[in-house]
Design a protein around this ligand. Structure first.
Ligand code: NIG
Ligand code: FE
Length: 406
């Protein structure tokens, strides 16, 4: 828990608040030129114009030489823990084959064969790469185990990663990611509801319960049963919703009180309205649409309807081998037609809200965590402009510099 005084900030740019923002509020950033930011005990204690910076700060002073500072990015939807590679499938799709989700079972086979320690070792460098893009908090899902033992093994690996990696890590149980070949459909859902969810809840191994509710995967009725069972064991619902086809998953998200509905490539107008009314965060994953070459989700429509929108990588070995939140934010501007200001809110405060962390991270203001990125930029809009470039200069978590550009 560091004490750090950041001085000579060219521009401090942050959304503000302790919950999700929607509509025009997504663009209303707090911006301060020539600023300082004070962190004590890992939390922001003060900020203001350089002229008022404390003179006798007892801790480390970091001069950022006029660079841009934003809150640390939050990646609220990742399949961080898995073994194996799907490069063959990727190349088949690059030649025109359509993505169906069938490859999940290929990754599940490799992940079942790997030990917990091996899964941890595979995930550590992924988290490092995320860090260098400015990501200070990460949601991580199970879902490539698809048996009680293998799902719990992944969640335990995520727990270890939370202790070993610098980032804040939020675990999600996604046993309902596909149907494993070694169980019948009903049998597997019973196993999720009667065995896996109670064990996950009891061991406090996850905060959320997610279901891949889509064509060829879990139906709305099956997803409802699983998410309701999760709620009885303290797991907050989340959904992979209407990604491959419209099935009414966004409507279900609103009905069960899900914290977020993610993907939404084929969301209906009724689903959008229901999400806005229920305050469900819409987590958009444009890296996935980019990789599987499908139409992008209707981001403008969601924002105009009052849905709080967040952005995420969906990092996974199949539909989104994308570790970079900055790449996703750039797609947000270029393909989802979001304004830079909307993208920053979507990748910080609203992303934090999608994983229940908006009270602690996602903005820079007194009381929030001292998690921030110093960007090697003078104009915050250029974050969205230098496609393919890593522009983070320093990444700071709880007042400690955890990554510095070489
Ligand atoms: O979020 N849609 C379901 N799950 C992942 C893809 C998983 C895979 O292909 O391995 C996703 O896109
Ligand atoms: Fe996903």
């Amino acid at each position: 828990m560091g004490d750090l005084l950041v001085v000579n900030i060219g521009e401090l740019v942050t959304p503000r608040g302790h919950g999700m923002l929607c509509g025009p509020a997504m663009s209303e950033l707090f911006r301060l030129r020539d600023a300082y930011l004070e962190i004590r005990g890992g939390k922001v204690t003060d900020l203001g114009p350089m002229g008022k910076a404390p003179q006798d700060f007892p801790g480390e002073v970091l001069d950022v030489g006029g660079r841009v500072v934003t809150p640390g990015l939050v990646d609220p939807h990742t399949h961080l823990v898995f073994a194996g590679s799907r490069v063959e499938e990727f190349l088949r799709r690059a030649r025109g084959e359509r993505y169906t989700g069938g490859g999940i079972l290929v990754t599940a086979e490799a992940t079942r064969a790997a030990g917990e320690d091996e899964l941890v070792e595979l995930a550590i460098p992924r988290l490092k790469k995320m860090l260098r893009c400015g990501v200070t908090a990460v949601e991580a899902k199970s879902g490539y185990g698809l048996s009680p033992e293998a799902e719990l093994k992944i969640l335990r690996a995520i727990e270890v990663l939370g202790e070993r990696a610098p980032q804040r890590i939020v675990p999600t149980f996604l046993g309902a990611h596909a149907f494993p070949p070694d169980y019948g459909r009903e049998e597997y859902i019973d196993l999720i509801v009667e065995e896996m969810i109670p064990r996950v809840g009891q061991g406090k191994l996850a905060r959320f319960c997610d279901v891949f509710c889509d064509k060829g995967f879990y139906t709305v009725d099956e997803a409802r049963r699983i998410l309701e069972a999760g709620k009885r064991h303290g797991l907050i619902p989340k959904l992979h919703a209407d990604e491959l086809a419209y099935v009414g998953a966004a409507e279900l998200a609103a009905e069960v009180g899900a914290i977020s509905a993610d993907h939404l490539l084929h969301v209906s107008d009724a689903g959008i309205k229901a999400m806005a009314e229920a305050g469900v965060v819409g987590v958009l994953l444009p890296g996935t649409a980019f990789v599987i070459d499908e139409p992008y989700p209707p981001a403008r429509k969601l924002i105009e309807a009052g849905v709080p929108v967040a952005l995420s990588t969906d990092f996974n070995p199949g539909s989104s081998p994308v570790l970079s939140m900055t790449f996703v934010m750039r797609l947000g501007v270029l393909k989802l037609k979001l304004a830079p200001e909307e993208c920053l809110t979507a990748a910080t405060l609203n992303a934090a809200a999608a994983v229940g962390l908006a009270g602690e991270v996602g903005s820079l203001e007194p009381g929030k965590a001292g998690d921030l990125v110093v960007w090697d930029l003078r104009d915050f809009r250029e974050l969205f402009y230098w496609f393919g470039d890593d522009v983070a200069h320093r990444v700071i978590i709880a007042g400690e510099v955890v990554w510095a550009s070489p």
